[in-house]
Design a protein around this ligand. Structure first.
Ligand code: UD1
Ligand code: CA
Length: 475
């Protein structure tokens, strides 16, 4: 249950974590189970599970109930033990369901599936408070508590004159005097698993809500002479739960400000941390600048001195040093080389790889294509399923016609090709190196290298041709 580090400081061992997630979440007014609603692009419950994993928990049990199959199915990839609580008879009853998974000597740590922002450091401090001492051979009961200006709705922490915790009383069971207590139970607690099993077995439902209250273990601990200790989170937001969508939005913003702060401390310039959204993982080089309203999803990597303009969306992209992404660009599943200029209003779709110093301008869409060093596609183009060589200039309005209605075909454009404006390249087709394609061409056959190829009606002038005139009205 403990080990001693060199300094003699006692440290707790890996706990068994029990996450309560069986509540209905009625106030969300949603068909989606509450714990699947997201903060920072990740389900509430997944945040809590990830935190438990960071604590190197021996086992993570999730007690699920309402909508449980959906919860299990969408988080099936996470290494947890799923425990069903068929009917929600209270927090004590929920913990009871997980007890068979506790092993002798385990420390149990209780978390809530709808309290997503609890930090591992806070939980380590709580677990350290459980560690045995001469007055508590099997360890103390440790509660995470906070003082609230408005404690309404929470269980109140009751202490004796000496300041020792003697119990928790739920709001609905509290006397007016007890309701004045501002120290509240966050619900998060840690205790030896043997004690927990013993106390849970002794719970009853003689209370205002007719439920098995987990909180009643506190007075049982006191009766059994087990010390009750309390620790506090470093910030309040860690212990706030989600019951309705206003709280969900508040936690989202708090979470985003936290991520924004971390990035700024890493050396990123954020034009406004209040208008920053990270819904995945962002890794950054030095002196990265991010303007307002940018949304990052999935895994995004930005090299040194990368600049992201306002209102861009980046999902699963890697961008090398010195590249600039200008306003309103959408990049997804793309790899962008050094010193490129993307946008404004550019769209890079999955399978796009740009080499260094490529320019992609406004209203250009690229997918499943490689563009080599120094090529420019600056205006109004669609480049799909194409291999574009080095130093190519693709004129405004050039389209690769990659789809014949049934299958996709590739377009290959050699080095230093110049494609005139408003050209349709009907794939499969290949343009040889150094070729020039005349503007307005529809290219259906391969164009030889080094030559001018064009396919369009010859321009003619008809001298003296008269414009039609309006017929005289018959009415
Ligand atoms: C509980 C605490 C209260 C504390 C508050 C903090 C008890 C009796 N009271 O009150 O002291 O201040 O949390 O938010 O523990 N759950 C189940 N199965 C159940 C009942 C609940 O899994 O049968 C889960 C819920 O999904 C939720 C958590 O347990 O994640 C807390 O349940 P909730 O009903 O919100 O508890 P409160 O009455 O608010
Ligand atoms: Ca609650």
């Amino acid at each position: 249950m403990e080990f001693t580090v060199g300094s003699g400081v006692r440290r707790s061992c890996a706990p068994t974590v029990i996450i309560l997630a069986a509540g209905q979440g009625t106030r969300m007014r949603s068909d989606l189970p509450k714990v699947l609603h997201v903060v920072g692009g990740k389900p509430l419950l997944a945040h809590v599970i990830d935190t438990a994993i960071q604590l190197e928990a021996r086992r993570v049990c999730v007690v699920y109930g309402h909508g449980g199959e959906r919860v299990r199915a969408s988080l099936a990839h996470l290494p947890v033990t799923w425990v069903e609580q068929a009917s929600q008879l209270g927090t004590g009853h929920a913990v009871l369901q997980a007890l068979p998974h506790l092993q002798h000597g385990d420390t149990a740590l209780i978390l809530y599936g709808d309290v997503p922002l609890i930090r591992p450091e806070t939980l380590r401090t709580l677990l350290d408070a459980v560690v045995p001492s001469p007055d508590a051979p099997k360890g103390a009961l440790a509660l995470l508590t906070v003082d609230l200006l408005d404690p309404t709705g929470y269980g109140r922490i009751l202490r004796d004159e000496a300041g020792q915790v003697i119990g928790i009383v739920e709001e609905k069971d509290a006397t007016p005097r007890e309701r004045q207590v501002r120290e509240v139970n966050t619900g998060v607690l840690a205790v030896d698993g043997g004690y927990l099993a013993n106390w849970i077995a002794r719970l009853d439902t003689r209370n205002a809500q007719g439920e098995y209250y987990l909180t009643d273990i506190v007075s049982l601990a006191v009766a059994d002479g087990v010390p009750v200790r309390t620790t506090a989170p470093s910030v309040l937001i860690e212990v706030l739960g989600v019951n309705q969508r206003v709280q969900l939005a508040e936690l989202e913003r708090a979470y985003q400000l936290c991520r924004a702060r971390e990035l700024m401390l890493q050396g990123v310039t954020l034009r406004d941390p209040a208008r920053f959204d990270l819904r995945g993982e962002l890794t950054v080089g030095r002196d990265v600048e991010i303007d307002i309203g940018v949304i990052f999803e999935g895994q995004v990597q930005l090299g040194d001195r990368v600049r992201i303009g306002p209102h861009c969306f980046l999902k699963d992209v890697t961008i090398a040093d010195d590249t600039e992404v200008r306003a309103h660009s959408v990049l997804e599943g793309a790899t962008v080389g050094q010193g490129c200029v993307i946008g404004p209003f550019a769209r890079l779709r999955p399978g796009t790889t740009l080499d260094s110093r490529v320019h992609v301008g406004n209203f250009v869409e690229i997918k499943q294509s490689q563009v080599q060093e120094g090529s420019k596609i600056n205006h109004l183009s669609y480049i799909g399923d194409a291999d574009v060589g080095r130093g190519v200039n693709v004129g405004a309005g050039t389209i690769t016609c990659n789809y014949d209605g049934a299958n996709k075909h590739r377009t290959v454009i050699g080095d230093r090709v110049f494609v005139g404006s408003n050209t349709a390249l009907v794939a499969p087709v290949e343009i040889g190196a150094d070729a020039i394609i005349g503007a307005g061409s529809v290219i259906v056959c391969n164009a030889p290298s080094g030559e001018l190829t064009l396919s369009r009606a010859r321009q003619e002038t008809r001298p003296g041709w008269k414009r039609p005139t309006k017929k005289a009205s018959t009415a």
